[in-house]
Design a protein. Structure first.
Length: 526
């Protein structure tokens, strides 16, 4: 009793905790104020140098709920990410910037600090947002990484069902009023946006999601804060809700409107962030908004639009105006004419069948080239391991589809491996980097689509490079979409439902073909 009284007197209910917010899709340049990935990396270094300890939001909320004011009165800080696009989780090469953009998850792992990622629950909403943000038919808000982070530093939270976003249709709002969250002001809409989202996220993340909510747009209305969250715990399971009010979290705030600072809106440099953090660690919270480096939402939107217009939109046209063949030769040297194996020797019993060309690749070949390399690991090792869960093979032969921006180095777009087997080849390991693909200029994606796709183009070009003196090219296929591509480039079925073949030597008898099929089947999947 006396110990408790003494502790409470020493540590009254008074604390100042800054919580930061970043958006992974904010990549408009390589400078700090145009790239949240660059900002996050530098900010964590600053945070540590100032003596702050980064705590997860669930840790901060738990300390608040158990009234551990002593813990909250230490120099601690929280970090959060909004929306949950896949580029938050995966490092990628930005074609417009010609720079590798390190993922948020990689950054926090390298610095060994925790963070909270707030996810949009609806698959349909994420798909529509992905098409809007990436100007692509591919989904840049993939949920695959939710259960594959393998990182105890990252916790997941609830960012509503569909963000009530203006680009989503329909939304979980009774009158279909979009573009703000203030209109979620009744029980039915609140349940649809918050409770349903959390239920779905619990299932989708196998129970990993935390009972933390983040208001879309940072919009907090009185109904949600004071009624739905505070008075109706039977309607939700949340423990706290976060806004973007641009203030420190203090004893004066409701746990249902915990403020955060937003990168690019409330600070735009390490100097401005240092001012915020110094304010947090020295004396009372300054409630005078003029004393903080804060921009209004309108100013932030205008600045973002200006960056987009002057950045990406100006870069895209330049990606399509460069001849690339000479560059490839200078960088990689000519592709080997043939590997030193028996199958390259010309033999009298060969009658090469013509290859199948389902599309005209003249236009595509101006922008994407297929190159044979002796070692593919430096180029696609990470992609191969991510896709297949294993190391890229070292055995020849390796074919890579490279795309080069107007000003930059070649970027691997796809990979195909062919293992020599007598006078035949076992084709496998075909993989396309969709994260790179989705960031290609729209004009180039249309060219790729008209040309049958990268997988088709890579297949045909690699078959050409194998040379004409080949008995057969074998493929082991289980995926329906891959099978359709294989049909287009000349594969035919065999007696095994997974084994396909392109017969290149027309002089092979039916008996020889049957014998070869049995030999390849004996190898098992390859």
């Amino acid at each position: 009793m006396l110990n408790n009284l003494s502790r409470n007197q020493a540590h009254p209910k008074q604390f100042r905790v800054p919580i930061l917010c970043y958006h992974a899709m904010n990549v408009y340049g390589t400078e700090y104020d145009k790239n949240d990935h660059v900002a996050l990396d530098r900010d964590i270094t600053l945070i540590k140098s100032l003596g702050f300890t980064v705590k997860s939001l669930s840790w901060i909320v738990a300390a608040y709920k158990r009234e551990d004011w002593a813990a909250l009165n230490q120099p601690i800080i929280g970090i959060s990410f909004d929306d949950g696009p896949d580029i938050e989780a995966y490092t990628y090469h930005d074609l417009c910037l010609n720079e590798t953009v390190e993922s948020f998850h990689s950054i926090i792992a390298r610095h060994n600090v925790p963070a909270t990622s707030f996810l949009i629950a609806s698959e349909t909403a994420r798909s529509q947002l992905g098409q809007h943000e990436a100007a692509s038919t591919l989904d840049s808000y993939d949920s695959e990484w939710w259960n594959n982070t393998g990182d105890a530093l990252l916790e997941l939270g609830n960012h509503s069902w569909d963000h009530n976003h203006e680009c989503v249709s329909p939304v979980a709002q009774r009158e279909q009023i979009k573009g703000n969250f203030f209109v979620i002001d009744n029980e039915a809409d609140a349940i649809a946006q918050i409770t349903t989202a959390y239920t779905h996220l619990k299932e989708a993340t196998k129970g990993q999601v935390k009972p933390l909510f983040c208001y879309p747009y940072g919009h907090v209305n009185e109904y949600l804060r004071d009624n739905f969250f505070a008075m109706r715990p039977d309607l939700h399971e949340m423990h706290a809700a976060f806004s973007t009010a641009g203030e420190h979290f203090t004893e004066n705030h409701s746990i249902w409107a915990v403020p955060r600072y937003v990168c690019g809106q409330h600070w735009r440099s390490t100097e401005e962030l240092k001012s915020i953090l110094t304010q947090a660690s020295q004396g009372p919270v300054d409630t005078d908004s003029s004393a903080r480096p804060v921009r209004t939402a309108l100013a932030f939107a205008k600045a973002k639009a200006k960056r987009v217009k002057g950045g990406l939109n100006a870069m895209f046209p330049k990606l399509l105006n460069r001849a690339r063949t000479l560059y490839y030769r200078q960088r990689f040297g000519p592709a080997p004419a043939a590997a030193p194996n028996d199958y390259t020797e010309v033999s009298h019993d060969f009658d090469p069948a013509p290859l199948t060309y389902p599309n005209d690749y003249t236009e595509l070949s101006q922008y994407v080239n297929v190159i044979e390399v002796s070692n593919a690991r430096p180029f696609i090792g990470e992609l191969f391991k991510r896709h297949f869960g294993d190391e890229c093979p070292l055995e020849e032969r390796h074919f890579i589809a490279f795309y080069t921006p107007a000003e930059g180095q070649p970027i691997p777009l796809g990979y195909f491996h062919h293992t020599p087997y007598g006078r035949s080849f076992l084709a496998g390991g075909l993989v396309i980097d969709e994260r790179i693909y989705r960031r290609l200029p729209k004009e180039l994606r249309l060219i790729i689509k008209r040309s049958g796709g990268i997988a088709e183009y890579l297949s045909v070009r690699s078959f050409e490079m194998l040379g004409p003196h080949v008995d057969a090219i074998w493929g082991h296929v289980g995926d329906h979409k891959a099978r359709q591509v294989d049909y287009r480039v000349g594969f035919v079925d065999t007696k095994d439902p997974h084994l396909m073949v392109i017969w290149r030597n027309q002089k092979l008898s039916q008996q020889q073909r049957e014998q070869m099929i049995n030999e390849v089947l004996a190898l098992g999947p390859f």
